[in-house]
Design a protein around this ligand. Structure first.
Ligand SMILES: Nc1ncnc2c1ncn2[C@@H]1O[C@H](COP(=O)(O)OP(=O)(O)OP(=O)(O)O)[C@@H](O)[C@H]1O
Ligand SMILES: [Mg+2]
Length: 381
């Protein structure tokens, strides 16, 4: 599903290579993830040998230039994007991007069974019922999921984004000299990046991407999407708490969180040492962790309520926030659902002569959105 930006026609990303006299089709795709804390670009290539990482680069975003998903200064962000492409040696210009934040709404709604063009009309008529902003100020798209539980009804995923947010992204991308082919909403990109959807399996998984500004929750069963929510709460809130508690600046607090941030469970020997920095930070993070947990729990409870108490088999975490030591164990213990950190590189070949595998493994959770977008680029090439 996408919020189309432009009709670009057939993209010319397919390249052909002569190898042993046989022409091999290679499809390429570029994902550009303009995150609140960092911009990531990923270029993937699908060839008969499989999916492979061609190029990538990550650069930090100047503090405060992205608020609630809206780019407040497209010229600055455009310059960073340009730099990211140069650093990563990415030369193609057509990119897939993702949007998230409070100006993006993803809602599952039910309609009487009707063809897609009628759903389109019904949504135009009824959009103001579902959106916290005026439909005139928004780009609206939808996707028919399938029959609803009630006979004669269909389940429809409604996606809307405020023009201001969409336009700010297009402006920044154009400043960088690139062309946005399509915009995905972040939860869909994450879902694609982990490749967990399966027709055969009836496993129900919950994906939680903890970014700097937002946390995206996606619940799906087998190959069908059941629920998505964008929670306006992420790693930035944890850093702000540390900055306040330790009486220091944001970037010093972020370093401190990265070096010493840890969730304790009471069975660690250092928990009784009042001078231990990790213990101190944990004391500061505790109320924020509880607030975070409450938001995740709410999403899961809502899903269960809508799906006759259906249980979730596993939680898969991505995003930089998932790297907080002990967080997955905390979610597992509090929610009673097995949790692990997802690896979006699981089905992607990495050439160890070209890339530092340890660095990539470390960055992997943060690259899920970019990889999911690049995979879409490859699919549509
Ligand atoms: N080791 C770590 N421990 C705790 N937090 C971490 C760690 N590494 C990164 N983070 C946090 O992860 C966040 C960045 O993650 P990510 O790159 O996924 O976010 P983003 O994509 O920029 O934000 P968003 O998706 O909300 O727009 C920051 O808040 C950072 O402090
Ligand atoms: Mg992100």
């Amino acid at each position: 599903m996408a919020v189309p930006v432009e009709e670009t026609g057939i993209s010319e990303i397919n390249v052909y290579e002569e190898r042993n006299g046989i022409q091999l089709a290679k499809a390429r795709g570029i994902g550009l993830d303009i995150g609140t804390s960092a911009i990531k670009a990923i270029e993937l290539q699908q060839s008969p040998a499989g999916m492979e990482l061609l190029h990538y680069a990550v650069l930090p975003v100047p503090a405060g230039t992205i608020r609630n998903g809206v780019i407040t200064n497209p010229a600055d962000i455009g310059a960073v994007i340009k730099h990211v492409f140069k650093t990563g040696k990415i030369h193609d210009k057509e990119v897939y991007v993702a949007i998230a934040g409070q100006s993006v709404v993803v809602r599952q709604v039910r309609f009487p069974d009707m063809p897609a063009d009628e759903v389109h009309n019904a949504i135009q008529w009824e959009a103001d019922k579902y959106l916290p902003f005026s439909p005139e100020e928004a780009v609206i798209d939808f996707h028919i999921i399938g029959p609803a539980e009630n006979e004669g009804e269909i389940e429809v995923m409604l996606v809307a984004a405020q023009n201001e947010l969409v336009n700010s992204h297009v402006a920044a991308i154009e400043v960088a000299g690139l062309t946005p082919v399509a915009m995905d909403v972040q939860p869909f990109a994450i879902l694609r990046s982990l490749g967990l959807e399966s027709l055969e399996s009836q496993r129900c998984s919950g994906l939680i991407d903890i970014g700097a500004g937002t946390t995206d929750v996606v619940i799906f069963k087998g190959d069908s999407l059941k629920f998505t929510r964008i929670i306006p709460f992420g790693g930035q809130r944890f850093t702000e708490a540390v900055a306040e508690g330790m009486n220091c600046g944001f970037s010093e607090a972020d370093d401190m969180k990265l070096q010493a941030g840890k969730v304790f469970f009471g069975d660690e020997p250092e928990i009784n040492d009042p001078n231990n920095l990790s213990v101190k930070i944990f004391g500061i993070l505790r109320p924020v962790l509880e607030e975070f947990l409450l938001e995740v729990r709410r999403s899961i409870d809502y899903y269960k309520l809508q799906n006759r108490g259906e249980s979730i088999d596993e939680l898969v975490l991505t995003g930089g926030g998932s790297k907080l030591v002990g967080l997955e164990r905390m979610l597992e213990g509090e929610l009673g659902i097995p949790a692990r950190i997802g690896n979006p590189f699981e089905n992607i070949k990495i050439n160890p002569r070209q890339f530092n595998v340890a660095t990539l493994t470390n960055l992997a959770p943060m690259l899920a959105v970019g990889i999911g977008l690049a995979l879409r680029g490859v699919e549509e090439a």
